[in-house]
Structures are given as C-alpha cells and as structure tokens.
Design a protein around this ligand. Structure first.
Ligand code: K7E
Ligand code: CUA
Length: 652
C-alpha cells in the first residue's frame, strides 16, 4: 500500500508542477495577438467562414457547429440529449430517437465526431458521433443538420474508441472502454481477470442512405479499448485500437493499470473478419439493442429493438488480430494520411512511439512473435517500431496530421501542441495551449487528405482566459495558423459542454447541400394538416387530437372548446411556411415538456395533459413576423364531467 501511495503522489506532484507552470507562463503570452493575426480570423459582417467545425459536446450529449476561422458558434445539434430549444426528445416524433434497451435515456456523453469519407476524402454527407455512457452511435445528416439515426451497441460499456470510420465509410467502429461480462451476468468483480471481455463493434453503413447495422463484434480480452483509428491507403482493411489496463485490474486503476511497461495497440484486419462473417462465420448471440431511425418525409422517428448480434472470437480467424506492444497506457491511436504510421500516444511515456504498418506486415509474415495474450499473437516492439519522438513533452494524448508530412501532438500535462516531422521524428515547433489540452483538430485530420491550414486545440481548463462566470467556465479552444513552419496562435474561442474531438471540413463541401425548407408536398406525416381544410379536432376516448397549422401570424384553429380535465391532448402542428428560416414555435401553458420549434414544411406533435379547469393560452415562441405577438390561441378546459362538445374555429 505504501508503494501505491508513493507512486500516486509522484504522479500528482508532476501534474501539480506543470499545472502551476502553465499559469505563470500566461503573462508572457497575453496580448500576443498582433493586428495581422486579427485580420486572419476576421470574417466581415455578412461574409462566411471558410470551414465548418463540428465539435463534440462531451457531457452535453450534443454536437455544436462552429465557423472557422471566426470561432463563431452557429448551432447546437441535439443528438443524445433532450433539447428544449427545439423540442428534440420532447416531441412525439423525436422521442423514439432516445429509446434504448434500458428505456428512454435522454442524455449521453459524446466524444468523437467523424465525417463520412469516400476514397479517403471527406465527402461531407454525414457526421457520426459516439454516446459513451449508454453505448450508442449517432448519424447526423449534413443536409438537414439533424440527427437521423442512433444505434445502440450491446455488449459494450463506455463506448469510447468510437465513432471512427473507414475510408469509404464501409464501417463506423465502436470499441468498449470498460470490459464487462459478455453476456452480462451476476458475478464477483474480483473475478474480472480472464473472465471479462472487450467488444469491438464493426457497424456497417449503407452507402446510399447511411443506415447502420452491427455487422459483427470481436470479443477481445478484458482490456480497456481507449481510442481507435482506421488504416487508410496501404493499411485500408485494418483498424487499430489503443488499450490500457492490460493488467486487467478491477480496482484503483490509476496505480494498478499503470504497472505494465507496455500496453498494446490491437491491430484488427476487419476485411479478413468481414470475409469470414460473409461466409457464415461467427455466432449469433442473443442481445437487446435499440435501432432508431428518423424519416425526413414522415418527420418521425421509429425505434426497433434488435434481438441478436453476431460475435466473433478473435482466435477463430487466424491472421486477423495482433497485439503491438506500446508504452505506456496509450490514449490516442492515430494513423497518418499515408496509412504507414500508427502513433500510440503513451500517456505516461517519455517518448512518443510510432509504429510502421509495413514492418508490422513483415513481422506477421515472418511469424516473429514475442508471445501471446489469450492466444492472440503479440508482435515484438522493436520489429514494428518506425521511430520515436524523443521527450517531446509530458502526457501526450492525441495526434493529427497536416498532409505535408508533419504531425501535431497534444500534451496534456505540459499543456502544449508539438509539431514534429514524420520519418525523421524531429520536433519542429511547440506552442503553449490554455490550458491542459485534450484533442486537437485539423480539418480532414482523420483522412488521407487533410486540409492543413488551421489547427485548433480543445482545452480542459479555462481559468483566466475569459471574463469569470462563477465556478464553472466554458472550455476554451485555441485556433492556430499552421500554414507556415511555426504554428501561430490566432484566436481563443469558448466551446460548449466538454469538447473532446471535433471534425472540421471546408465549407464548400457542405454548404450547397444544406436544406432550406422541407417541402409540404413531400410531407408524409400521418397527422399533417396542409391547409385550413385539413384542420380538425378529433376525440378518441380520453385522447384529443388537434390537427393544426401555423403560418405568419396565426394558428388554425386558434379557439378550441370541449377539452376536459383528464384528457390527453395531442397538438399535431404543421408549419405551412415554405420560406427559408421561418420556423414557428408552439408552447402550451403547464405542458410538462418543452416547446416545439417547427421548421417550414415540418409536422411536430406536443402532448399536454390539462390539469385545471379554465381557459388556457398557447402561443408562438419564435419571433416570426411583426405580428408575432398576435400569434396565439385559447383552449377551454372543462371539468371531467362536462358534456361540452368539441368545437374549433379561426376568425369567428
Ligand atoms: Cu482524449 Cu474521450 Cu478522445 Cu477526451 S478523449 S480528450
Ligand atoms: Cu410564429 Cu412567432
């Protein structure tokens, strides 16, 4: 125990030393923004940014959309969390998106957005993002900027090495951070070692519509699968996962999972396993997981519960899975644009380790193994090593690439981004971040063709960067110009939630596909109302369905009588507008949910259970015209025993 305490204290001491160093280094950098740099981030009023950045919200469960280089936030896209701002997860149409095998789960922790690719290049069709807590993957359309699909991942716990995609978006991959009993069962935690398993899930993506389906899960030893990246180019067909806790400790991991000098990067030949599975390999295993799909025409999501999943034991497929020793509790697992170099960012390692894909293939061919773990061959560290960056900084986490032969690694403890050269492993430049950086992003950074103009670092600690806002500050990102030899700090901008990774893309790949309205003619919502003639109020037992329309500046109908206490009222509201950027809102007094924000051409349903007798108003929440304040109506609620007939009207 003494030893344990000592090493914990040592880690804490190192951390403290560097944290305080960060803060004192601040003064020498404040005010460094020259007017030249100000021009580089200035986007004149009415002008547009050159890049979109999709920044994960971490514990917000959502995804935010920013412009680069201005650092302006354009939108928060609700993904895993209910979002009162537009009623996502509150409206009847969107509630099914948050269904899981545990029931309705209205929150998650989202870490790693990744943009779809074709032939290794960003194609700007979709963004995928993981839910870490209740394992899920979401797909967001970059046409509507709405979440279109969420699939739950069974046999997983802490869906962290996720959601990275292969170079033709064949698969979006999800690896478990926490190993668990598979299938889940009641057993002693102390029996973890040798009994728990880590599932790596390969989720196929339909190339036309993007629909996701779990193709197979590889049931790996009970390590923690932390991060992952796809092979590309020559290594396309492989996927790489960092692991920690190869000790398989089940308690006090800060010490017990830091014992081994090297953990592993697991190299998975998914093409080989795919072939095996296509020939009937693997086993169907009972499992329960939700698959939720949103339809743009019905404007409605449906949730289906799946009942089984295909699992593959790695030893069933010889030549498909290898372990590459990597120092020391590696976090990030990053593959360079050529697909040759695999960077393992050992959090507790002095040097940064880079593996060679070519050497890995040679070692496999020569069957030179250092041993095995649970019958999975372990390669020799030296055989696979391409090189290492010597003492580049403290606490390396994540690496990105600029497509010019350079890599950029974040160092959490020494709070900096370090630029180094692939192949020579020399450090070229280093710049401080403010403070304690996690991920960094270069547009197209996880692709064969990065757009190496900007890089931004997303930090964990904000402290004095902005006006204080009480004990809790938003996190802070720094934007750097990386077009020259030296990185140049251009801008600080606050981010929302806790950004982990972000995916960024030149605006021209996305902006022209952005939807402006939903066409009323294509509205297939079963409860739509496309004109005043369709509006009605229908009683079905205690359920009252109101088919309503909204257009500047009234609801139709706007006077409704005959509703009673104890009824359940469903407002099915269609926004008849067909102009860009004219949503209307709908809010009902006492409704135990949120308002609706309804886009042009869209239908949404709000449920309200009137509790009190009286005459109750509803109104539009979005200032939509000069007569927005007139956009309102009344519902008369009578006692449960009343025999007042349903009636509705507009303008009478
Ligand atoms: Cu390093 Cu979840 Cu990618 Cu945060 S993770 S930083
Ligand atoms: Cu419609 Cu305000």
């Amino acid at each position: 125990m003494k030893k344990i305490l000592k090493s914990t204290l040592a880690i804490v001491a190192v951390f403290a030393a560097f944290t305080s160093c960060n803060n004192s280094s601040k003064s020498s950098n404040s005010g460094a923004l020259s007017s030249n740099n100000a021009e580089k981030v200035y986007v004149a009023p009415g002008e547009h940014d050159s890049h979109y950045a999709f920044i994960s919200g971490g514990y917000s469960g959502n995804l935010t959309v920013y412009g680069l280089p201005s650092g302006r936030m354009f939108k928060e896209i609700p993904v895993f969390s209910q979002f009162p701002t537009n009623g996502y997860g509150y409206s009847e149409e969107t509630k099914p998106m948050l269904e899981t095998s545990y029931g309705f789960v209205p929150w998650d922790d989202s870490h790693h957005p990744d943009i779809s690719q074709t032939k290794g290049k960003l194609d700007g069709r979709w963004v995928f993002i993981n839910g870490n807590n209740t394992p899920r993957i979401a797909r967001i359309s970059l046409t509507t900027f709405e979440t279109e699909e969420i699939i739950e991942v069974p046999n997983s716990a802490g869906n962290h090495s996720s959601s990275f995609i292969t170079e033709n978006t064949e698969y979006v991959v999800a690896g478990t951070r926490f190993s668990v009993p598979i299938p889940q069962k009641d057993m002693s935690i102390k029996d973890y070692k040798g009994n728990f398993k880590g599932a790596l899930s390969f989720i196929s993506v339909d190339p036309e519509h993007g629909h996701m389906d779990i193709k197979f899960q590889v049931l790996m030893p009970g390590f923690n699968y932390d991060l992952s990246h796809p092979g590309r180019g020559k290594s396309h067909g492989w996927f790489f996962f960092t692991t920690y806790n190869t000790e398989e400790a089940n308690s006090l991991l800060e010490v017990n999972a830091s014992q081994n000098d090297k953990d592993f990067i697991a190299a998975i030949n998914w093409k080989k396993i795919e072939e095996y599975v296509n020939n009937g390999g693997g086993t169907m295993m009972p499992a329960e997981y939700a698959h939720n799909v949103y339809d743009d025409n019905t404007h409605t999501a449906t949730s289906t519960m799946k009942k089984e999943v295909r699992v593959v034991n790695p030893t069933e497929v010889p030549g498909a899975v290898y372990l590459i020793p990597t120092p020391k509790s590696p976090h990030g697992c990053d593959v360079d644009p050529s697909g040759e170099y695999i960077v393992g960012n050992g959090k507790l390692s002095a040097n940064l380790t880079v593996h060679s894909f070519t050497k890995m293939l040679d070692a496999i061919k020569n069957e030179k193994f250092a041993g095995e773990a649970y019958d999975i061959p372990i390669l020799n560290f030296e055989d696979v090593l391409a090189g290492s960056v010597e003492q580049p900084g403290l606490g390396p986490l994540h690496t990105e690439f600029d497509g010019q032969g350079n890599a950029y690694t974040t160092f959490f403890i020494s709070s900096e981004v370090v630029k180094w050269k692939l192949g020579t492993w020399e450090v070229i430049d280093r710049k401080p971040t403010y403070y304690s950086v996690g991920h960094l992003t270069i547009p197209g950074g996880n692709s064969a063709e990065p757009f190496g103009k900007y890089m931004f670092a997303m930090n964990k600690i904000t402290k004095d960067r902005y006006l204080p806002t009480g004990p809790e500050m938003e996190h802070s990102a720094q934007l750097y110009d990386i077009s020259g030899d030296k990185m140049e700090l251009l801008l600080d901008f606050p981010t929302h939630g806790e950004p982990h990774y972000a995916a960024a893309i030149p605006a021209e790949i996305v902006k022209n596909n952005s939807r402006k309205i939903f066409k009323l003619a294509e509205n297939e919502h079963p409860k739509k109302a496309l004109s005043d003639a369709d509006t009605k109020v229908v009683r079905d037992g205690k359920n009252v369905h109101i088919y309503m329309t909204m257009i500047r500046s009234h609801f139709s109908p706007d006077n409704i009588e005959g509703v009673k206490v104890g009824d359940k009222v469903f407002f099915h509201i269609t926004n008849l507008e067909q102009d860009f950027d004219v949503p209307h809102g709908f809010a009902m007094i006492g409704a135990r949910n949120a308002e609706l924000l309804i886009a042009p051409g869209q239908t949404r349903t709000l449920t309200w259970e009137p509790q009190k007798v009286g005459v109750w108003p509803f109104y539009c929440t979005d200032f939509c015209s000069a007569l927005h304040q007139e956009m309102q109506g009344y519902i008369r609620v009578s006692p449960a025993s009343s025999d007042i007939e349903l009636s509705w009207s507009l303008g009478e």
